[in-house]
Design a protein around this ligand. Structure first.
Ligand SMILES: Nc1ncnc2c1ncn2[C@@H]1O[C@H](COP(=O)(O)OP(=O)(O)OP(=O)(O)O)[C@@H](O)[C@H]1O
Ligand SMILES: [Mg+2]
Length: 296
């Protein structure tokens, strides 16, 4: 069974001064899956990702990648991972082609192999018309595509994406989902964070929800919905805000609906991941206001 776990984080903790951003969490990503990491702003997702991809060291805890315990930030096992960070950093003053070439050189990929991979990835991302443009002149969505090529150029077995679809238009989001699925079907394990619950529901085989640095739920989207109760009743009674109740049995949901006062506006529906997320992390999570500043 151990072989099935491609990244394992054990007891990961990260403190910044007195503040604990990630608090003793265990994460297991299985080979071949699309794993979603969800949480409100400031919950600790990016910090966890940076630790699990060996970009920053944990304060305590251990990371295993492909069964190998990571020893320090220069551990060669990091070659197994490709990462697309939340804030994409391209070399703005050179062309797209040079950006990609630079990554191939950074990973010391032999020239012929690099050329083959570049051609394949560029074609896959539809980047041919943009190769001679300066990276600075690309829109956010196209920059992201270049970042994806860069992250995949060394043929990693795990692709880690921190909010890959943030700020993208609907078409680009769907295109990216398709691409993620395609990469995954060719064997790449994907670890992805997102704020879009529909995206997580659509893409992810399993999900972990993190809040205030702690993992508060893990499972398939279906399991998480089932745990809360698969049947949701959403209702507004006079003078009240929208309220939600969840039931394991349809009959209980209908019974509750029928017991509401006359004139109440009621919707009975299936529970979705957004319900699970909001119920677990709070419908008014105020942690969101924190400005995140990266100093590492
Ligand atoms: N280098 C740092 N120095 C100090 N505090 C930090 C640093 N990096 C992150 N933090 C703090 O750790 C907490 C978790 O931040 P993190 O970026 O991991 O959250 P996140 O879940 O990725 O949030 P978002 O959804 O906004 O991207 C935040 O309170 C943030 O301000
Ligand atoms: Mg983040």
């Amino acid at each position: 069974m151990t072989d099935d776990i491609i990244i394992r984080g054990k007891g990961i903790t990260k403190k910044f001064g007195d503040f604990t951003a990630v608090d003793n969490i265990d994460v297991e990503v299985r080979r071949g899956e699309i794993f979603g990491f969800l949480g409100p702003n400031g919950a600790g997702k990016t910090t966890t990702i940076r630790i699990m991809t060996t970009l920053i060291p944990p304060t305590s805890g251990e990371i295993e990648i492909e069964g190998h315990t990571v020893k320090g930030l220069d551990d060669p096992v990091k070659e197994k991972v490709g990462i697309i960070q939340q804030h994409i950093a391209l070399d703005n003053d050179v062309s797209v082609r040079e950006n990609i070439r630079y990554h191939a050189i950074l990973h010391r990929i032999p020239r012929k192999e690099a050329k083959e991979r570049m051609d394949r990835l560029i074609n896959m991302m539809g980047l041919e018309p943009y190769l001679d443009r300066m990276a600075i002149n690309l829109s956010g969505g196209w920059k992201r595509r270049v970042a994806i090529v860069n992250a995949l150029i060394h043929d990693p077995s795990i692709l880690v994406m921190d909010e890959p679809t943030a700020g993208l238009d609907t078409q680009s989001r769907h295109m990216l989902w398709k691409l993620i699925r395609e990469l995954n079907s060719h064997g790449t394990t994907v670890f992805v964070t997102t704020h879009y619950m529909d995206e997580a529901e659509e893409l992810c085989d399993r999900i972990a929800i993190i809040d205030h640095g702690k993992i508060i739920a893990q499972g398939t989207p279906e399991e998480l919905c089932r745990e809360l109760g698969s049947f949701a009743v959403e209702y507004v009674t006079e003078g009240s805000d929208k309220q939600y109740r969840y039931f394991h049995e349809r009959s209980e949901a209908l019974q509750f609906r029928d017991s509401l006062p006359e004139g109440a506006q009621v919707t009975t529906r299936n529970t979705n991941l957004e319900d699970v997320f909001l119920e677990l992390t709070g419908r008014e999570n105020t942690q969101a206001v924190q400005e995140v500043e990266y100093r590492i």
